[in-house]
Write a protein that binds this ligand. Structure first.
Ligand SMILES: [Zn+2]
Length: 153
């Protein structure tokens, strides 16, 4: 093998601060990363897939949902994760974007609140004892839909 990039990473084992399920949409990536680090989630197991929490709330098929649940199970098993952070975002193409809600941000947000709640119920039922937080990411910030945390600066 030929080294094509020189970069040092910590080889130390870690306990994951959370398993984070979010969409692969590049537009929200920076906001998600900033939000997690502000919340001192410095060692997340990132599960980044099209639709994020949609894969649990409204999966396209059983395979999709089971694959994601398996990723969470592996995070718990391998990295002792005790917290799951489930996210969806505004204008997500897997939902047909904001256009699917007639451009109505309130309607979109309400739909996502329900989706995130359903995803959280599934995770809680499958992994009793795990702490679940749900967030809706917009182009203006991150909104808690579980109402469990205070605003982070
Ligand atoms: Zn998306």
């Amino acid at each position: 093998m030929e080294k094509v990039f020189d970069f040092d990473s910590s080889p130390d084992a870690y306990t994951a601060d959370a398993a984070v399920l979010c969409c692969f949409d590049e537009r929200i990536r920076h906001a998600v990363q900033k939000f997690l680090s502000r919340r001192e989630i410095l060692h997340p197991d990132m599960v980044v897939v099209a639709g994020g929490a949609k894969t649990l709330a409204s999966p396209r098929n059983d395979f999709e949902r089971d694959f994601i649940l398996e990723q969470l199970r592996m995070s718990i098993l391998l990295h002792k994760t005790t917290r799951a952070i489930l996210m969806s975002h505004s204008d997500c193409a897997t939902y047909g974007g904001l256009a699917a809600f007639g451009g109505n941000r309130q309607r979109e947000a309400e739909h996502h609140r329900q989706e995130l709640q359903r995803a959280a119920e599934l995770v809680r039922a499958r992994f009793p004892g795990i702490e679940v937080e749900t967030y809706f990411v917009t182009f203006e910030g991150v909104f808690s839909t579980s109402g469990t945390i205070k605003k982070v600066a």
